[in-house]
Unconditional design. Structure first.
Length: 78
């Protein structure tokens, strides 16, 4: 088991027009210490039975082990 303050890196994708606001929200709510946005990611995936091909931004979210659950909940709600 890791210490609560141990560093964690979470990867998340978001639509390019929503990524900056999401990153600012996570940092302002102290769920992340830093979020890097890589703007040009092409994601190919299956969603609700359909094959999707979308431009997305990759968020590299730096947080601590004790904030992962809260961060995950916030990402799910966003």
């Amino acid at each position: 088991m890791s210490a609560p303050g141990a560093a964690r890196v979470i990867f998340c994708t978001a639509p390019p027009d929503q990524a900056p606001a999401l990153a600012k929200l996570l940092v302002s709510e102290r769920l992340a210490a830093c979020v890097n946005i890589l703007p040009a990611v092409r994601s190919i995936y299956r969603w609700e039975g359909e094959l999707c091909d979308n431009a997305e931004s990759l968020l590299i979210i730096k947080t601590t082990a004790d904030r992962v659950a809260l961060l995950t909940d916030r990402l799910t709600a966003a």
